[in-house]
Ligand binder design. Structure first.
Ligand SMILES: [Zn+2]
Length: 338
C-alpha cells in the first residue's frame, strides 16, 4: 500500500489518510513555500490540489524552490507549469488544477471554490489579508505562514473557533516595513521546517485535532520551535465586526497595478493595465508597430524592445524583467504598447 508507512504512525493513522485523500487544498503561491507544500501533499496523497502563481522560474529560485530545475530557469517556464509537470510524475492519483495568475479579490472565489482549506504560500502581506477576509467570510480554514532569514511564524486559522490574522495584526504593515525575502534573504532550511509544521497542522485541521489559536514561532538556526496560544479579539474588524475590507475593495489591497517581485529583479504589471478587455493580438500589433520584437514561448509572449524584456501572459498580466522600480516598469509598458 502506497501510504502504508504514514498510516502506521498512530497520530496519523487511517483516519487522517481518509480525510486527506478526500480533501481539496488550494495553495496560494508557488515559490519556496508553495512548491514544498505541493510536493509533500502530492506524495502524501491529497485528493485534489489547486495552485496559483503568476511568476516564472528563475535561477535564484533554485536554492529553495524544490520542484524546479535549471532547465525551467533557462526557459523561464511559468512556475505552475513546471510544478504541474513534476507533480504529475510524483503521484498521478492527485488531481491538480493550476492558475497562472496572482490571486486577487476578483479571482479568489473561483480559485477557492469547494476547497476545504487554503495554504498561504504568498510573498506579500496584502494577499494574506485578502485570504483572511475570504476565509473568515466563508468559514474556511487557512494557514498563515511567514518566513524570513532563519525565522518563521505559523498560525492555523479556524474561523469561528480561534483568532484570525487581523486579531493579531489589526492593520497590515506596509510592504516596505514588512520583512520580505527580497530584503532579508531566506535559508531553504527555514522553509523546509516551516512547511513541515504547516502541513502537519493541515492534517490536524482535516482530522479535527487542531487546536485553534496555535501560534508557532520557529528559528531554524537556534533549533527552536515555540508554541503559544493566540486569542480572538472581539473588536476585530474582520472576524468580530465582519467587515471584509480587503475583499470588498474598501481599502487599497496592495493589488496595485505594478508590484516589484520578491527576490527577483522584475516588476509585475496587473492585467487591469489594459483597462477593459485584453486582446493579445491587438497588444502585440501595437508592440510591433512601436518596433518591439515578439517571440512565442509556450503560454507566454516575450516582447523585446531595446534592452527591455517583457513577458506577456494570456490573461494580460506582465513581468518587466531587470527592473525593480514600479514607475519605471509602468512607463516601459506604456511605451511598448501605446
Ligand atoms: Zn479576527
Amino acid at each position: 500500500m502506497r501510504y502504508g508507512k504514514q498510516i502506521l504512525v498512530p497520530e496519523f493513522g487511517e483516519e487522517s489518510q481518509k480525510t486527506l485523500s478526500a480533501a481539496t487544498v488550494a495553495i496560494v503561491g508557488c515559490g519556496a513555500l508553495g512548491a514544498l507544500q505541493a510536493e509533500l501533499l502530492t506524495r502524501m496523497g491529497a485528493g485534489r490540489l489547486r495552485i496559483a502563481d503568476g511568476d516564472l522560474v528563475s535561477l535564484n529560485n533554485l536554492h529553495r524552490q524544490l520542484l524546479f530545475t535549471e532547465r525551467d530557469a533557462e526557459e523561464g517556464t511559468p512556475k505552475v507549469t513546471a510544478a504541474a509537470n513534476r507533480l504529475a510524475a510524483l503521484n498521478s492519483e492527485v488531481a491538480l488544477r493550476t492558475t497562472a495568475e496572482r490571486i486577487t479579490r476578483d479571482n479568489i472565489a473561483a480559485f477557492a471554490e469547494k476547497a476545504d482549506l487554503i495554504l498561504d504560500a504568498t510573498d506579500n502581506i496584502a494577499t494574506r489579508f485578502l485570504i483572511n477576509d475570504y476565509c473568515v467570510r466563508n468559514s474556511l480554514p487557512w494557514i498563515y505562514t511567514g518566513v524570513a532569514g532563519t525565522t518563521g511564524l505559523i498560525l492555523p486559522i479556524l474561523p469561528r473557533e480561534g483568532p484570525c490574522l487581523r486579531c493579531l495584526y489589526p492593520d497590515p504593515p506596509s510592504e516596505s516595513d514588512a520583512a520580505t525575502c527580497a530584503a532579508d534573504g531566506i535559508l531553504p532550511t527555514t522553509v523546509a521546517l516551516a512547511v513541515s509544521l504547516q502541513i502537519t497542522q493541515l492534517v490536524r485541521i482535516l482530522n479535527r485535532t487542531a487546536v485553534p489559536g496555535t501560534l508557532i514561532r520557529l528559528n531554524v538556526w537556534d533549533a527552536s520551535v515555540r508554541t503559544t496560544t493566540a486569542h480572538r479579539n472581539p473588536e476585530c474588524l474582520c472576524c468580530g465586526q465582519r467587515r471584509f475590507e480587503f475583499l470588498d475593495a474598501e481599502a487599497p489591497d496592495g493589488t496595485a497595478l505594478a508590484t516589484a517581485v520578491c527576490s527577483q529583479r522584475m516588476v509585475r504589471i496587473d492585467s487591469r493595465f489594459w483597462e477593459g478587455a485584453f486582446n493579445v493580438e491587438r497588444a502585440l500589433a501595437a508592440a510591433a508597430q512601436n518596433g518591439a520584437a515578439v517571440e512565442r514561448k509556450g503560454l507566454l509572449r516575450i516582447v523585446t524592445a531595446g534592452a527591455r524584456r517583457i513577458s506577456l501572459f494570456p490573461d494580460g498580466h506582465m513581468l518587466v524583467h531587470e527592473c525593480t522600480v514600479t514607475d519605471e516598469a509602468l512607463a516601459a509598458v506604456r511605451e511598448v504598447f501605446r
